[in-house]
Structures are given as C-alpha cells and as structure tokens.
Design a protein around this ligand. Structure first.
Ligand code: NAP
Ligand code: ZN
Length: 349
C-alpha cells in the first residue's frame, strides 16, 4: 500500500513530499491511520546525518498518534477505531533479559521506528511523518486521553517517556529538589512530570524568555544558566538533574549543583562530545553521572496512563508537513514552546 510521507533523500537536502510503501498487516500487526506526529530534536540529528548511520530516504517521526484502521487475525489488544500511539521503537528480539523485563529499548536488536533494519521496503524503517504505519501490536500503546487532546498527546511518545523513565528510575518524588536543564520538547515534559511526581522543580534555561514560561509549566524556580550568580545560588543543593540539552556544553556547571550522592542523567544526545567533567566534581561529593534512552513499552503505557489521569499533555504548535524545514530551523534557535506537531491531514494536500 502506497502512502504519502515527508522525508529527505540525503543529509544535506531539505525534507520533501514522497510516496512510501507500507506492508500489508500481518497476523500480529496493527494498521494505524496517523493523525499527528511530534517533531523531536532526534529527527533533526538523524535526517541531517549528524549521528552516524542514517539510511536514506529517511522519513523521521517517532511521536505517532492515530486510530487503528485494521488489525491482524491474532491481535487481541486492539480493535478498529482505538486511539493508539507508537513511540521510538517498532520491534526488538522479544526474548532477551531486557525484553523480558519490559526494557525493550535496551535490547541489542531493538528496531527504531525509523532508520532501523526491516524486511519491508526500502530495507529500513520509515517513521511517522506519513499517513499510515503498520506495527506489531507489542509496540503499540493505548491512549486513554480525550480524543480532543490527541495532538498534544503525540509528544508523550518520546519527550514524555524519555523524561519519565529516568525520573522514575531515580525515584524522584516529594522532598526531592530536581533540576531540569534545557527547556525544549523534552525539558518542558520533564518539568510537568517531576512536578506531578511531587518534587521541587528548578528549571535551567539559556533563554531569558523562558524564565516565566518555565514557572507556568510547573517549575517552582527558574534559573537562566548563563548567569553564574544565579547558578551559584543552587550550589550543592539538588538531589537529581535531568539534562536534556541538545548541544555540547559545560557539564561541570551543573554537576556542581548536586549535593552529596546526587546524580545527573543525560538524555540530550549532541553529535559531538561534551567537554569532559572534572573528576573532582564527581568524587568530592560522591556524585554520579548517568545516561538514559527513551523507555520500555510497559513504562511508556504507565506514563501515558499517569498523564491521562493527571490531565498532562504537551504544549504544542501545530504545523503542516510542508512547514517542517522551517520548524527545524526554529528548533535550532530554541524558538518553540515547546513541541511542533505535524497535522498528518496536511500530507494529503
Ligand atoms: P529541543 O526541543 O530542541 O530542546 C533542546 C533545548 O536545549 C533547547 O530548547 C534549549 O533550551 C537547550 N539548549 C541550550 N543550548 C542549546 C544549543 N546550543 N543548541 C540546542 N539546544 C540548546 O530538543 P528535544 O527534542 O527536547 O531533544 C533534546 C535532546 O535530547 C536532543 O539531543 C535529542 O536528540 C535528545 N533525545 C534523547 C533521547 C534519549 O532517549 N536519550 C530521546 C529523545 C531526544 P533552553 O532554551 O531552555 O536553554
Ligand atoms: Zn524523540
């Protein structure tokens, strides 16, 4: 089946309209009419070949929401008409220790929603900037939000789970002072989720214009991280920091804000390395520096259900598919509050 998509033929080419082929739904597959797809900074890194290994043509998009339009004969969990989501992966080995623990995101054979190996044409997966997608039911999430909120739910499928997973893993909750660094798509969800978990949230932004906006999202304090005095006021006081910044920067400035036994988790994935942290910044207060990649399917469902229950969605700006190249330029300037979402209906025009 041929469907419309938006993608690029090379890393130095803009995205453009293209036709792609989706497989016929197999016995365990769910066919989804995509309603909206969020725009993640990882899409920019990959479609512009900033990370190694991008396969072209590249159709990005891993914040997918829509309605089920058909299911295979052995699908038990979904039926036609259901509101569903697909995040950053569409397959994994399904039997290793990671898969058995519901941490398919760490499986050595995890297949990303785009740019991963598949038997389908053209030999690598194609993502959600498209009209339809066909996905094994194990990797399909149920959406319990109101249908009217669907566009604003899309970013939960990556920005939501990528911040939820480390906040839960590091047991963030009441009594914790938590820093969120970089108030973009991921960071704004980090603020909302850490607030809902009961933590005292401090937002760290390079953008003066986001100081008040961060408070409106649920931050109890907001710091412009370019101001050394403002940073110093929080020295050795934070239990946990979630760092979402998409570019190399001085990690020591933030490590110095952790109290004894505090930890900073990096989720931002810049193409070139950070200047390395000073070892003494870690050993002097037994601090730790960690990383985290998206999240597993069960915890993604847990996050979606938590957000539905607590009325949490993303703050979005809706765009047409043919506005995507401009949207990327604005994201690189930090000029979006806080996530672009593509209206998939515009692909048909
Ligand atoms: P985004 O919406 O573009 O937000 C990134 C934010 O980082 C910016 O809004 C800005 O916030 C801050 N920033 C500060 N200096 C920057 C600079 N020189 N260049 C760019 N940003 C700068 O991006 P996102 O979608 O949240 O993604 C953030 C990073 O996480 C990306 O590297 C992405 O690839 C990565 N990611 C990782 C995972 C994972 O599993 N680990 C999953 C998804 C995305 P302020 O204006 O507040 O300073
Ligand atoms: Zn993403």
């Amino acid at each position: 089946m041929t469907v419309k998509a938006y993608g690029a033929y090379a890393g130095d080419k803009p995205l453009e309209s293209m036709d792609i082929v989706r497989r016929i739904a197999g016995p365990h597959d769910v066919k989804i009419d995509i309603a909206y797809c969020g725009v993640c900074h990882s899409d920019i890194h990959q479609v512009r070949a900033e990370w190694a290994g991008t396969l072209f043509p590249c159709v990005p998009g891993h914040e997918i929401v829509g309605r089920v339009s058909a299911v295979g004969e052995h699908v038990s969990g979904f039926k036609e008409g259901d509101l569903v989501g697909v995040g950053c992966m569409v397959d994994s080995c399904q039997h290793c220790a990671d898969c058995n623990e519901g941490l398919e995101n760490y499986c050595d054979h995890m297949v990303p929603t785009y740019n991963g190996p598949t038997a389908d044409a053209p030999g690598h997966t194609l993502g959600g900037y498209s009209q339809q997608i066909v996905v094994h039911e194990r990797y399909v999430l149920r959406i319990r939000h109101n249908a009217a909120q669907l566009a604003a739910v899309a970013p939960l499928l990556c920005a939501g789970i990528t911040t939820w997973s480390p906040l839960r893993h590091w047991k963030v909750g009441p009594g914790h002072k938590v820093g969120i660094v970089g108030i973009g798509g991921l960071g704004h969800m980090g603020i909302k989720l850490a607030n809902a978990m009961g933590a005292h949230v401090v937002a760290f932004t390079t953008s003066e214009s986001k100081r008040d906006a961060a408070r409106a999202l649920g931050a109890h304090e907001a710091v412009v991280s370019r101001n050394a005095d403002e940073l110093a006021a929080h020295a050795a006081s934070l239990d946990f920091i979630l760092n979402t910044v998409a570019a190399p920067h001085d990690l020591d400035a933030f490590l110095a804000l952790l109290k004894r036994d505090g930890s900073m988790t990096l989720v931002g994935a810049p193409a070139s390395p950070h200047p390395s942290p000073q070892v003494f910044n870690l050993i002097m207060k037994r601090r730790s520096l960690a990383g985290s990649m998206i999240g597993g399917i069960p915890e993604t469902q847990e996050m979606l259900d938590f957000c539905a229950e607590h009325g949490i969605v993303s703050d979005i700006e809706m765009i047409r598919a043919d506005e995507i190249n401009d949207a990327y330029e604005r994201m690189l300037k930090g000029d979006v509050k806080y996530r672009f979402v593509i209206d998939s209906a515009s692909l048909a025009d």
